[in-house]
Design a protein around this ligand. Structure first.
Ligand code: ATP
Ligand code: MG
Length: 344
């Protein structure tokens, strides 16, 4: 049996990056009944850089839950819960804070990138700065062994592993070191934004959302960044940093050629033609559009069904949070025992 944990910040609806980076894998892992899966909506973490916009975080809890359910996460198999309903996570974080130095956090590459991205400069909120420690609490509270993530999260998992090792060495060997599970395909590890930016991210506004309408999807694909030197159809095209081809790497299968572009057998043939010249961006974009429309239509339909029954959605979050809380309480109890601070 493996214990698997993953989560998302309720800072917006979920997008294609989440889907290929982690969601699709979670649905796959869920189908193995030997796995025990925890899925957290990280509202407390989202507050660390959105504390001045509580409504954004609050409203997006529902949106993320709808995205989960419409992608096929099954609340009868996976425990879906809200981070702030598990106060034990804060207590664990507080003890783990002693095991991490300020300079180690400053060296964390994800923290560095995100501080820059958010324009904090010298005014980084302490809560934001320390969120990798709370993420270690989120993971270890459930003794999670596997964490399916995109590659922006690797430094976070490494930080969690270090905390576990320090704790186990100092006190008692009770915490489990987590392992990151990256997507099989590199394009999926960090899907770029439609603007060609290195990462599709809610905060950068360069996303195709799972809930976008067919019209929004095709408009966004038409506006996508390709090869700026590919001006005439006859010009040779480049694949490096060509977002449309990166998306094809993430989504395209041979069967899609038979359905939508039968003059080619596979993606390699299409790429070769593009590089040679004589293949227009509009043909490639149209092909990507067909694939994404087909992939996202059933998700959108399910989402519409669930959004008619929000009471049901909230009841899932409530019972998931109760279950998660009782498990985190057991871990906290053994952590305190290991540290020798259970006084009575
Ligand atoms: P924010 O901008 O608020 O940080 P985000 O878009 O980065 O939002 P998160 O909630 O931080 O999304 O990430 C949730 C999960 O999705 C993480 O496992 C992360 O690695 C993965 N993920 C996010 N964006 C991408 C992406 N573009 N490609 C692959 N995986 C991604
Ligand atoms: Mg993020």
């Amino acid at each position: 049996m493996s214990i698997i944990l993953s989560g998302d910040r309720p800072t917006g609806k979920l997008h294609l990056g989440h889907y290929v980076g982690s969601l699709r894998r979670r649905v796959e892992l869920q189908s193995d009944r030997n796995n025990q899966m925890f899925i957290m909506i990280a509202d407390s973490q989202a507050l660390t850089d959105n504390f001045n916009d509580i409504n954004k975080v609050r409203n997006n809890i529902k949106e993320v839950a709808l995205d989960y359910l419409s992608c096929g996460l099954d609340p009868n198999v996976s425990t879906i819960y809200i981070q702030s309903l598990i106060p034990e996570l804060c207590e664990l974080t507080f003890y783990y804070m002693n095991l991490v130095t300020v300079s180690r956090l400053q060296r964390n590459p994800t923290v560095k990138t995100e501080i820059k991205l958010r324009g904090f400069k010298q005014s980084v909120p302490v809560g934001f700065f320390t969120y990798p420690i709370s993420q270690a609490a989120d993971i270890t509270a459930f003794k999670a062994e596997i964490v399916p993530v995109g590659n922006d999260q690797l430094p976070m998992i490494e930080q969690a592993r270090e905390i576990v090792r320090s704790f186990n060495t100092l006190y008692d060997n009770i915490l489990v070191e987590p392992t990151a599970l990256l997507p099989k395909n590199e394009a999926c590890s960090r899907l770029p934004g439609i603007d060609g930016n290195a990462k599709m991210s809610k905060s950068l506004g360069n996303c195709i959302y799972l809930s976008d309408t067919p019209d929004e999807i095709s408009k966004k694909i038409k506006s996508m960044y390709t090869d700026p030197s590919h001006i005439r159809v006859s010009d040779p095209g480049h694949l490096e940093n060509n977002t449309v081809f990166t998306y094809l790497d993430a989504f395209c299968e041979d069967k899609h050629f038979a359905s939508f572009l039968p003059q080619y057998n596979n993606l390699d043939e299409l790429k070769q033609h593009y590089q040679k010249g004589g293949l227009g961006d509009s043909v490639v974009k149209k092909f990507l559009n067909e694939i994404l429309q087909q992939e996202l239509a059933p998700i959108r339909e399910k989402r519409m069904e669930y959004s008619k029954n929000l009471d049901y959605v909230f009841s899932i979050l409530k019972s998931g949070s109760e279950k998660a809380q009782s498990i985190a309480a057991q871990t906290l109890d053994s952590v305190k025992k290991a540290m020798g601070i259970k006084y009575f």
